[in-house]
Ligand binder design. Structure first.
Ligand code: VG1
Ligand code: CO
Length: 543
């Protein structure tokens, strides 16, 4: 078969952000855009000749076409084998599991994760390495550098293979192996958790809702919760993956999963609910009448992980992204294990997991996971919660109250200002950075500032450095505010403001987090002039 070498010109802006390259779907569909980036990945990793790759995506618009193009490019590059999920589907954690289980050299995941999909939404491409984890910064920088001087890409002149049936297909000299997207991941999760105990829990009448938000997790949730754990059919909501996610925004937070959140605070609330994002690596956890912040979820998982068979010998350590609340730190301390604080994005956890320094990782954006894969894993977290509830047999609200009584409550909220004009948003952060040396000792909104810095990280395993990862302001009473710009958006700039305060007094554990942190928000306003500078009266999303 014919391999075509197609001349091309560099396309500006092919710089991976927090999690892969994201752009409007229509941009990705422009001639050469995807091809340039994929060729840049192949070149940056030293070519794909003789290699085995994994390929899959969250099923959003353009995924199927993109999979065909990537397969033809891999064949042109001389890849030996590409393992691809049926219909091109693989959740992000499942892709990680398959890369590891099959000893593949890496994988490409087609997703813009929590960003909306469809022709008017977003598309994205991530590259994961042989450990199953997101490319570290050193590699994404190399991919970007190649994209800036690319002159040609190579593609096989052949029709894209049919991915609708499992089995092996030859594409030129390359084998395309179409696999069940769920099987490997489900088998891995079944080894980690007490499925008998969870089956008993469902058999006892325990009710759950899992909102797949018409994204990739529907088939996973159905197979695991309904088929293997005996949950009733109506457990899985919005379970059919749709190319535009049914017009929804597959970001599981109280704003975008409003219907589920409302259900859980109403009279017909089931015992437990979870909602996942586009590519299945995030999960929102809800109990009857209670939203569990992702930061608290990580802490609860750390405190109770030994109830799950896969973690019965205890955990080696915990890592959390810097803006995630310090609730997990208190658990790590009580367990006598190390706590690592990393920049935002799962790529910073990989080296710690590979080196065996940590077992559990989590982020305030609803990602949690463990060393079973090298991605955050929504179904893993839901099953961990189910395993804990199956063993503890108490309502989620009671579990949280008991946790807070023991460790104190870390009130937490994140305020997002989306699609801001980029220049003033950057200026707001820059001005705050410039003011950092003068902040300690000053008061803002009635709170005294004790310390302030711009978070920098040195990876303890690889020695790689990451600077300017978020401005942190520490207040005298232990409260903290963090400000950073998002690295996953495609329109304008998104400003994220993370606020938290530890409350040891159980008599004060029932407050509304927005009220408990109102003075921290006022201090941020006083320090930044946020409203005037953004022209906004309040955040688009509170989570
Ligand atoms: C966001 C979250 C971060 C997460 C990243 C990818 O990044 O804050 O915690 O790892 O999305 O998640 P940012 O730069 O926009 O704040 V996913 O599930 O969208 O791949
Ligand atoms: Co995601």
């Amino acid at each position: 078969m014919n391999i075509r070498t197609v001349p091309t010109l560099p396309i500006p802006g092919q710089k991976p952000g927090t999690s892969g390259l994201r752009a409007r779907t229509r941009v990705f569909m422009q001639a050469g855009y995807l091809e340039n980036f994929v060729q840049s990945i192949f070149d940056a990793i030293g070519g794909v000749a003789g290699r085995t790759l994994v390929l899959g995506g969250d099923g959003r618009h353009f995924c199927a076409q993109a999979a065909g193009i990537i397969l033809r490019m891999a064949a042109a590059g001389g890849a030996a084998r590409v393992i691809v999920g049926r219909d091109g589907l693989l959740s992000t954690p499942a892709a990680s599991a398959v890369i590891r289980a099959r000893g593949a050299d890496g994988g490409i995941i087609l997703s813009a994760s929590h960003n909306p999909g469809g022709p008017d939404g977003d598309f994205g491409v991530k590259f994961n390495g042989a450990n199953g984890g997101p490319a570290p910064e050193s590699l994404t920088a190399r991919i970007h550098a190649v994209s800036e001087r690319i002159a040609a890409y190579r593609i096989l002149d052949a029709p894209a293979p049919d991915l609708s049936r499992c089995g092996e297909i030859m594409l030129g000299a390359m084998t395309v192996e179409v696999i069940d997207p769920v099987a490997e991941h489900a088998a891995l999760l079944e080894r980690l958790f007490d499925f008998d105990a969870i089956r008993d829990l469902f058999a006892s009448g325990f009710r759950m809702r899992f909102d797949a938000m018409h994204a990739v997790t529907g088939p996973y949730a159905r197979e695991i919760l309904v088929n293997r754990l005996g949950a009733p059919e109506d457990t899985v909501l919005n379970g059919a993956p749709l190319p535009d996610f049914g017009g929804g925004h597959p970001d599981p937070n109280p704003t975008h999963a409003a219907a589920l959140t409302a259900l859980m605070s109403g009279p017909d609330a089931p015992d437990f609910a979870a909602a996942s994002d586009g590519d299945g690596d995030r999960i929102m956890i809800l109990g009857r009448g209670i939203y569990v912040t992702p930061s608290d979820s990580l802490a609860v998982i750390a405190a109770n992980a030994d109830l799950a068979p896969g973690y019965a010998d205890g955990i080696r350590g915990v890592a959390r992204s810097m803006p995630t609340s310090r609730a997990a730190d208190r658990v790590a301390q009580a367990l006598g294990v190390p706590l690592h604080e990393t920049p935002t994005g799962w790529k910073f956890f990989g080296s710690l997991l590979d080196a065996g320094k940590v077992t559990l990782c989590g982020e305030e954006s609803a990602g949690a996971g463990s060393d079973h894969v090298r991605e955050k894993d929504g179904l893993w977290a839901a099953l961990m919660w189910l395993n804990i509830l199956a063993r503890r047999r108490v309502p989620v609200a009671q579990l949280m109250a008991e946790h807070w009584r023991r460790f104190g409550r870390d009130y937490f909220t994140r305020h997002d200002y989306e699609a801001l004009d980029p220049a003033p948003a950057r200026a707001l952060i820059e001005d705050l950075r410039a003011a950092l040396p003068d902040l300690p000792g000053r008061s803002a909104g009635g709170l005294r500032i004790e310390a302030a810095d711009d978070f920098a990280y040195v990876d303890p395993v690889t020695g790689e450095r990451a600077a300017a990862q978020g401005v942190r302001i520490f207040f005298a009473d232990g409260a903290r505010a963090t400000l950073r710009l998002s690295g996953t958006g495609t329109v304008g700039a998104t400003l994220r403001i993370y606020m938290e305060r530890h409350e040891p007094d159980p008599a004060r554990h029932g407050l509304d987090p927005q009220a408990a942190l109102a003075d921290v928000a006022a201090a941020v306003e006083a320090l930044t002039g946020l409203r005037a500078r953004t022209g906004r009266q309040g955040p688009d999303v509170r989570s």
